[in-house]
Design a protein around this ligand. Structure first.
Ligand code: AKG
Length: 275
């Protein structure tokens, strides 16, 4: 685990304010170079061992490899959703009862083309604009440049009253950043990966957090063996689903599911407060 010096923590409130107005913000150089190197090595080890193929459509990317369910693959990845220079920003946008919705590595190869513009909450039929119920952090594990496919973002689009139409090509800004930085954005933001016109892959980890009342994109209660979850930090256990939302949602026979992996876990429910 790579400790972050508190002196170098970002001003989370200021960044949350930027997300509220622009829809996105950049956390520059917040991930230790040693962690970036370890993650790169770990991800490539899995890509090669599993023989992960390119995607089969323009959204997943026909020159892009994705490794889903990172928490189910290696303990190395447990520190990503908990990163102390990034998680507090997601908590400021959502709240402390947020869940991990998905955790994916994305490797865009030379020749990849522009991904279609989309919003991460675009599949959810709620009238826009709305308060955020998704917040995503894209970690750059290589530099993100205009040439290698830096994420394209549409400033202020989280406030638009519709999601992008199929094939729509709005004016975009590029989230260029050095390896070790992160783009963090509101789930309604219009965005997409760019085209990779270089000779080297662009590598990223995408950490998608969602509000505690939302269904997670990856069903982690099934994807992660309970014994693995028992080894997690208690915060991470709650984040994958072994916890309660507002002391109510997620209970099992009036018990906090956290007690399935820790018999001593707090199990007070909303009803207990009424006594
Ligand atoms: O890779 C990127 O820059 C963006 C990826 C993305 O938005 C997605 O795959 O949903």
């Amino acid at each position: 685990m790579h400790e972050q010096k508190s002196a170098s923590f970002p001003d989370f409130e200021a960044h949350a304010g930027e997300i509220a107005t622009k829809g996105f913000t950049l956390l520059r150089d917040v991930i230790a170079p040693e962690l970036v190197a370890e993650l790169r090595e770990g991800i490539y080890e899995h890509f090669e061992r599993l023989g992960v193929p390119f995607g089969t459509n323009v959204f997943l990317g026909e020159r892009t490899r994705r490794l889903f369910n990172l928490l189910g693959r290696d303990r190395l990845f447990e520190q990503i959703p908990l990163h102390p220079a990034i998680l507090p920003l997601a908590e400021a946008v959502l709240d402390r009862e947020l869940l991990l919705s998905s955790l994916t590595a994305i490797e865009m190869h030379p020749g990849e083309t522009d991904q279609p513009i989309h919003a991460d909450d675009g599949s959810i039929a709620v009238q826009r604009p709305h308060t955020p119920f998704n917040c995503t952090a894209i970690w750059a594990l290589t530099d993100f440049t205009p040439e290698n496919g830096a994420t394209r973002v549409v400033r202020g689009s989280h406030l638009f009253d519709r999601r992008p139409r199929s094939g729509e090509q709005p004016e975009c800004e590029l989230a260029t950043m050095r390896a070790g930085s992160a783009l963090v954005y509101h789930g309604s933001l219009w965005h997409a990966g760019g085209a990779n016109r270089t000779q080297a892959p662009r590598l990223a980890v995408v950490v998608n957090y969602c509000a505690g009342f939302l269904r997670q994109e990856e069903c982690q209660l099934l994807a992660l063996p309970r014994e693995r979850v028992a080894d997690f930090d208690p915060r991470l256990r709650a984040m994958v689903g072994y916890g309660l939302y507002r002391g109510l949602f997620g209970h099992v026979d009036q018990r906090n599911p956290a007690t399935f992996v820790d018999p001593d876990a707090e199990t007070e429910m909303i009803w207990d407060r009424l006594r």
